[in-house]
Design a protein around this ligand. Structure first.
Ligand code: NDP
Length: 240
């Protein structure tokens, strides 16, 4: 039987491109999303990929959602933790709610989803987990204390879980995208975006497919010796 993947936030933007890339690799994909039913229905109509709705910040919902996917499609071999949100504002204006929503979704979602799939991967001695971090988790960003903290946390989460997965056939890696042309970046004001693009050595925004190709490699059989790594795909904007 072919392998099964869950991509969180898999119906739009980077997640959509990842869902399609994994499907094209021969995996059976379930694309999770939060609440945009119209977008999810359009995604399924265009791609034939099943869309499944739950909130990754809700631990119980993740456990139940993964159980439903496994009942329908079989054990989950690949998890891409891609769901993410922004609630930007300077620290002086950032409320506890803005902090909590971003931490619970972007970082808490990785914990919740990994908790649901890791035991099965470990038992079957094969698994791939890819967490989508961010250049802003590596370098920091003005007005994004919450987002930068959550994304930076993802990079630590990745390395620590990689150590626990290494001997049991489960790789855990992160991708740190730079600025990619999706709805999330469309929300950035035009004049701010112009300044950002001016700082990208390649001279343009990235494309969702360029992130998806990296995810696909990390999820492949050939990616088996790569674990605990962070692949930066950012047009040269941040190098280290
Ligand atoms: P989009 O805003 O285009 O899409 C976000 C997706 O995540 C949607 O499918 C959305 O579902 C889903 N989602 C949001 N919250 C939840 C939740 N609580 N539970 C389940 N699903 C949820 O995002 P991007 O494609 O731009 O970003 C994808 C990832 O890449 C994010 O983690 C982001 O932080 C990261 N990233 C993006 C960069 C960029 O430049 N775009 C740069 C660096 C990192 P719904 O459609 O139902 O709302």
């Amino acid at each position: 039987m072919g392998r099964v993947a869950i991509v969180t936030g898999g119906t739009r933007g980077i997640g959509e491109a990842v869902s399609i890339a994994l499907r094209d690799m021969g995996l059976t994909v379930a694309a999770n999303y939060a609440g945009n039913d119209a977008r999810a229905a359009d995604f399924t109509a265009r791609t034939g990929i099943r869309a499944v709705r739950w909130d990754v910040s809700d631990h119980e919902a993740c456990m139940a959602g993964v159980a439903d996917v496994e009942a329908a499609l079989g054990p989950v071999d690949v998890l891409v933790n891609n769901a993410g949100i922004t609630r930007d504002g300077t620290f002086m204006k950032m409320t506890y709610q803005m902090w909590k929503e971003v931490m619970d979704t972007n970082l808490g979602g990785c914990f919740n989803m990994a908790k649901a799939v890791f035991p099965g991967m470990r038992e079957r001695q094969w698994g791939r987990i890819v967490n989508i971090g961010s250049i802003n988790g590596q370098a920091g960003q003005y007005g994004q204390v919450n987002y930068a903290a959550a994304k930076s946390g993802i990079h630590g989460f990745t390395k620590a879980l990689a150590l626990e997965g290494a001997r049991v056939g489960v790789t855990v890696n992160a991708i740190a995208p730079g600025y990619i042309d999706t709805d999330m970046v469309a929300a950035v004001p035009g004049e701010v975006l112009d300044k950002i693009v001016a700082k990208i050595p390649v001279g343009r925004l990235g494309r969702a497919q360029e992130i998806a190709r990296g995810v696909a490699f990390l999820c492949s059989e050939d990616g088996g010796f790569v674990t605990g790594s962070t692949l930066s795909i950012n047009g040269g904007q941040h190098m280290y």
